[in-house]
Design a protein around this ligand. Structure first.
Ligand SMILES: *Cc1c(COP(=O)(O)O)cnc(C)c1O
Length: 284
């Protein structure tokens, strides 16, 4: 079941979530879109009221905070991706964090063929004994990848600060332009800015989004559209009979979204060049 987003932040709307809970609902999965944590007070309330597991997709929000609390502590399970496009990378791979032993044990078995102990544990206990108790797979991350991830982790706080600075420059530049509407940011969040996303208002422009995209691309400015609403992908349409009209706020936003370049190595010159070209193409 899909719940619609809030039109300004594009984070899941808790009222929508509450209205879609049924007898069969087992979990709420929320996406911290663009790097801003969802409203975990509201989501936690709904989860507790209906005895659901709350899973945070925190792939965009590593290093962010909500009400002074770190992402990773806000849900029962929080998932992170270390794919190369994310804040920090291990080449491929990811991480799930939880405060609950029962989930941690289950996930450790799941990544290790459903086996009750790994070879480190067996050696430290001086034992050869293990059993396969669940169906599991080999989802183990390698030590090489972890070495890369640990060195990246040290750089994360500085990188997030830089991303916030870049966002500030963009916000300032677009504040006076009604046709460009950066995503809403709530006052009680520390934003990780995986993405800098604007909604552009086609009714007030002479140019449509595809042409804006093409012109910026031609200038070597790597804009993007994040994302096609999940329920509109063929797999979901085919398997779950989802269709347009199911989540109208996300569908309306999708028509208007454009993500501007956002990476810590951007220089002031880079930022100004993006702002200059974006304004020029939009307002001509
Ligand atoms: C990247 C990403 C994923 C998938 O991560 P993988 O490492 O490819 O599994 C899931 N959700 C969000 C929001 C992401 O950005």
């Amino acid at each position: 079941m899909f719940a619609d987003v809030e039109p300004d932040t594009l984070l899941v709307n808790p009222a929508e979530v509450a209205s879609k809970v049924t007898e069969r609902t087992k979990a709420i999965i929320s996406v911290d879109y663009a790097g801003q944590p969802c409203d975990y007070n509201a989501l936690r309330n709904i989860a507790e009221r209906h005895d659901l597991i709350l899973v945070a997709d925190a792939c965009h929000s590593i290093g962010a905070q909500f009400n002074g609390k770190n992402v990773g502590t806000l849900a029962d399970l929080s998932v992170f991706s270390f794919h190369p496009v994310k804040h920090i990378t291990t080449g491929e791979g990811g991480m799930v964090v939880t405060g609950e032993t029962k989930f941690a044990e289950k996930m450790r078995r799941f990544r290790n063929h459903g086996i009750t102990s790994d070879h480190h544990q067996r050696r430290s206990q001086g034992s050869w004994f293990y059993e396969m108790v669940d169906l599991g797979y080999n989802y183990r991350i390698t030590d090489f990848q972890c070495a890369l991830g640990k060195s990246q982790l040290d750089k994360l706080p500085g990188w997030i600060k830089r991303r916030q600075e870049i966002a500030w420059y963009y916000d300032e530049a677009f504040a006076e332009i009604p046709a460009i509407e950066p995503l809403g940011v709530k006052p009680d969040v520390y934003h990780a800015y995986h993405l800098y996303v604007c909604q552009i208002d086609p009714t007030s422009l002479q140019i449509d989004r595809d042409d804006i995209f093409k012109e910026l691309y031609a200038k070597g400015i790597g804009v993007n559209v994040h994302y096609i609403p999940v329920h509109l992908h063929p797999f979901y349409r085919n398997c779950f009979a989802t269709k347009p009209g199911l989540c109208v706020a996300s569908e309306a936003a999708y028509e208007r979204l454009i993500s501007l370049p956002m990476f810590p190595e951007m220089t002031e010159q880079d930022i100004n060049a993006v702002i200059f070209s974006f304004k020029k193409i939009l307002l001509k």
